[in-house]
Design a protein around this ligand. Structure first.
Ligand code: HEC
Length: 393
């Protein structure tokens, strides 16, 4: 499939991706087989993608049968990383109400220390950060899940945003990030994340937030009415001239339309720019602009035209990281992405970014609505693992 080749993270490849399929890298707009609903037949089922037969009509899907012992086996391998014990197997097998017996076992696993360790590992992989001195962000995500609180606290906690984890007991201890930022904001002010994703003009940190929590690469904003710039599609809702043209020309059109991605990125990146290479907040911008032969310290005017202010998306101005965190916590894209990541993990899919393992929204919708009600991501995982799709084989 054409899209799955976009796995390399170099800028060249990103540019290529942008040119090929602007705005089509996200979750939305894909049908069940990854075709992009334009009438092609990627899945070869004889119907244009997007008009595929419903589940009820699909002979493969409707032939599935519910098997709670198989579900127990899958859930156990995922949640606690071992096969179910003979006792567990027998219990479900011999129960008059197999579903209740399965759910009891599922709940016991979700409460176990082993599951807490699994979640730390899951978030390390998902966030691409972890290990000695780098574990606080994955630990915070796991802690929020295990404790069943509001998962959007991941962006908003002003204290306790850098907890630690004791793998032997499966317990978490609170801890503050102490990045030096004027206001803490969950993982957005985590020094280990800022250190890991240090890079020119803070674009890598910007990308981290986009890809980990919003499940799509840049470009992140696509307008319904693209305009033409020197014969090329300009697809962003921002004013083309809102971003800098000097010393780096983000309005360049000679190869790709930089502004398709960079209008969004350049309005976000300054928010992360005061963290230095060690991830600590400085009073001044602490990232560099990659000029030849010598990089220079970045100034606000390297990203934005005078008068422009920082923003998450067009029309959503945010002055600092706590303000950004508050907006991210309410962004529907965040709910959808977190649920999609849980779904993919439960269903043994590949990564939503690097492998483009996107999930059609129709599949996720009930779980997204559920998640939005309480923001309890462990509960969402439990609901997925008790859903027909998970327990049918
Ligand atoms: C498809 C989206 C996209 C387009 C189009 C795009 N960029 Fe970027 N750019 C990114 C992303 C994402 C990063 C961060 C990459 C990383 O470090 O992980 C980035 C990083 C950069 C950087 C910092 C690189 C470094 O040294 O770390 C510069 C400078 C830059 N882009 C300039 C441009 C210019 C100039 C153009 C047009 C010729 C352009 N970009 C087009 C997405 C894009």
């Amino acid at each position: 499939m054409r899209a799955t080749t976009i796995t390399i993270l170099s800028l060249t490849m990103l540019l290529a991706a942008c040119e090929e399929e602007p705005g089509k890298l996200g979750i939305a707009g894909k049908d069940a087989d990854g075709g992009d609903q334009t009438g092609e037949d990627v899945d070869g089922d004889g119907t244009p993608d997007g008009t595929d037969p419903s589940v009820a009509d699909d002979p493969v899907l409707s032939a599935r049968v519910v098997d709670y012992n198989e579900a127990l086996r899958t859930a156990s391998l995922k949640l606690v990383r071992r096969l179910p014990t003979l006792d567990q197997i027998r219990k479900v097998e011999r129960a008059a109400d197999k579903r209740t017996a399965y759910v009891e076992e599922l709940d016991a696993m979700l409460e176990s220390p082993a599951f807490a360790s699994r979640m730390v590992k899951f978030w390390r992989d998902t966030m691409r950060v972890g290990g000695t001195d780098f574990d606080t962000a994955p630990t915070l995500a796991a802690k929020l899940m295990i404790e069943g609180g509001d998962f959007s606290d991941i962006f908003t906690l002003s204290t306790g945003n850098c907890p630690t984890f004791d793998a032997d007991t499966g317990t978490f201890a609170p801890g503050d990030c102490q990045s030096g930022a004027p206001g803490e904001a969950g993982v957005l002010t985590d020094p280990s994340v800022m250190r890991q994703f240090y890079g020119n003009m803070a674009f890598r940190r910007t990308r981290w937030v986009q890809e980990v929590f919003f499940c799509s690469k840049f470009p992140a904003e696509v307008t319904d009415s693209p305009t033409q710039k020197e014969g090329k599609d300009y697809t962003s809702p921002w004013a083309f001239e809102s971003i800098a043209s000097d010393p780096i020309n983000f309005q360049d059109l000679s190869s790709v339309v930089c502004a398709n991605c960079h209008t969004t990125m350049n309005h976000i990146a300054p928010l992360f720019a005061n963290f230095d290479a060690d991830g600590m907040w400085q009073n001044n911008i602490a990232v560099m602009t990659p000029l030849a032969p010598e990089p220079v310290p970045t100034e606000l005017s390297h990203w934005l035209q005078p008068g422009e202010t920082t923003a998450w998306r067009h029309g959503q101005e945010v002055a600092d990281l706590p303000a950004l965190g508050a907006v991210l916590a309410e962004d529907p894209g965040f709910s959808e992405c977190m649920v999609a990541r849980m779904w993919n993990w439960a269903m043994s899919k590949e990564d939503i970014i690097t492998d483009l393992a996107t999930v059609p929204y129709s599949v996720l919708e009930p779980h997204v609505l559920d998640f939005d009600a309480e923001r309890d991501l462990k509960k969402t995982l439990r609901t997925i693992m008790t859903s027909d799709d998970f327990v049918s084989f």
